[in-house]
Design a protein around this ligand. Structure first.
Ligand code: CO
Length: 506
């Protein structure tokens, strides 16, 4: 007997919920692996990841799923669907089409490979041994190329990967946006380098008790509105956020006893990601739409808090006293103006995650160009250390002394995340556009931060962006909030006015 429409809707939602629950379980395992799971258990755990991913893959590509998709895409049924169901069906179809094409055994092999590769990468980085990681990376690249050939691509193989993280983004568009940005940032960095004034950031390299650093991170996160009853802060090699459900969004940071600024700004950054995940509307919970709409929009939230708020003068006018009470000796005699300039010091450096907000974009461009060339088979994995060092010299004028501080520094490639890096700079661009929109509605934005009214800003972001989860596309959100398409001019304006003031430039 044919099921009626309402039963089909209810059954489909249950089915989607099962997929989401496998994803939740995987999220917790990944979190555990990175926050202190015993090393000797890693390969057994990789098998569990393989099993759960395979089950998830089966559900997303089953005949049952095909039946639901067929049923709900028929115009007669489709017209009756509410908006959430419509988007959910489209999203499920996108995943179905994407994964149905890849043979199950191959997918499983890939998942196990990337899980192992992450552990190997960590060892390779710690022992400065690219040769250890190289064969894994080569297999991961080859898998990706194979997948792109299966999925198909338009104009450039790399477009398929870009579209995965940022729907609608292409190499053509990105080359143009990055080109415009590069043309403004490179001369600005040069005039900063030539400036007579240089902030003194040696104040951050004293002894900073790790427990106290954690205390201050928690203090700021609470002020931002991060809900500790729906999250927690731990330590990992590479800071990250994992949103299981809005009620369980975990963040990590990495403490350096002799470098104060690193852990704090990582905490604020991950806190920005976490606010997004914690404030997705309840009616998306239990669906695959209950996550950020794209990596670029996600990154816009973390960058917004880390840079436009956390590195602003107003922010420190408000919170510097609290910091002084936690580290009175370390910051003795240092005025807030001096502190503000020190956290905004611009200097070409080796490590992306430690880079200032200006040169950061150049680090991203290097990775983008390398990925584009790898995926289009224009360069070889074995040559990466040399290519990396050359590009560092060309873009930033610095050469890594070893691969640990060079090509091995980032976790992303070990997980097969090609096409992800551009999201960081897209996030910077979006964040400046969003900030411009907030300032139109709240002209006293700076004063509000100065008064510690960050919750109002969080609420604005939640209302305009967070609550929609994946219900709207990145382009729709950007258009709804700012009335414009992606436009790097706002980021350029923000960077120029901020850094010209700090460095006394004309
Ligand atoms: Co981030």
């Amino acid at each position: 007997m044919e099921k009626n429409f309402d039963t089909m809707v209810a059954d489909f939602k249950d089915y989607i919920k099962r997929i989401k629950q496998y994803n939740d379980a995987l999220g917790i395992i990944f979190w555990d692996l990175r926050t202190g799971a015993p090393k000797k258990g890693a390969s057994d755990r990789a098998e569990v990841i393989g099993m759960l991913s395979t089950e998830m893959f089966r559900l997303a590509t089953s005949d049952e799923m095909a039946k639901y998709i067929d049923y709900f895409t028929m115009s007669e049924q489709n017209e009756k669907l509410d908006n959430i169901m419509k988007v959910l069906v489209n999203e499920s179809k996108r995943e179905y089409d994407k994964f149905k094409k890849i043979p199950e055994a191959k997918y499983k092999e890939y998942v196990i490979l990337t899980s192992e590769a992450e552990t190997i990468w960590e060892e390779a980085k710690n022992t400065n041994n690219f040769a250890l990681f190289s064969p894994y990376l080569e297999r991961i690249v080859n898998f990706n190329i194979e997948f792109i050939d299966i999925w198909g691509y338009k104009d450039n193989k790399y477009n398929t990967l870009l579209d995965y993280y940022e729907p609608g983004m292409t190499v053509d568009k990105l080359d143009k946006i990055f080109g415009e940005l590069r043309a403004k940032i490179v001369p600005l960095v040069a005039s900063i380098k030539a400036s007579e004034f240089q902030p003194d950031d040696s104040i951050f390299t004293k002894d900073f008790d790790v427990k106290k650093q954690e205390e201050f991170s928690i203090y700021i996160l609470e002020k931002m509105g991060y809900d500790f009853e729906a999250g927690r802060l731990d330590e990992s090699e590479h800071p990250f956020t994992i949103g299981i459900t809005p009620g369980d969004v975990r963040i990590t940071t990495h403490y350096y006893p002799n470098l104060f600024s690193s852990a704090l700004f990582s905490s604020i950054h991950e806190g920005g990601h976490a606010l997004y995940e914690q404030n997705i509307s309840n009616n998306l919970n239990g669906t695959t739409l209950c996550t950020g709409t794209s990596m670029g929009i996600h990154e816009s939230q973390s960058r917004f808090w880390e840079n436009l708020v956390g590195r602003s003068y107003s922010f420190w006018k408000c919170y510097y006293q609290e910091l002084l009470s936690i580290f009175p000796e370390q910051f003795e005699g240092i005025a807030v103006e001096e502190f503000y300039k020190a956290i905004n010091k611009v200097e070409a450096s080796l490590i992306r995650v430690e880079a200032d907000e200006l040169t950061y974009n150049l680090h991203v461009m290097i990775r983008y160009e390398i990925e584009k060339a790898l995926i289009n088979q224009q360069i070889k994995v074995a040559d990466l250390p040399e290519i990396w060092n050359k590009k560092m010299e060309e873009y930033l004028g610095v050469v890594p002394p070893n691969d640990a501080k060079g090509v091995l520094q980032d976790v992303h490639w070990s997980g097969g995340s090609f096409g992800y890096f551009p999201s960081y700079t897209l996030g910077n661009i979006y964040s400046a556009q969003f900030c411009n929109a907030i300032r139109k509605e709240m002209p006293d934005f700076d004063e509000m931060i100065g008064r510690g009214e960050m919750l109002k800003i969080k609420e604005w972001l939640s209302e305009k962006i967070h609550k929609y989860g994946k219900l709207l596309t990145p382009a729709e959100i950007l258009m709804d909030v700012t009335g414009e398409e992606i436009n790097p001019e706002y980021l350029v304006e923000y960077l120029e006015s901020k850094y010209k003031a700090i460095y006394n430039l004309k």
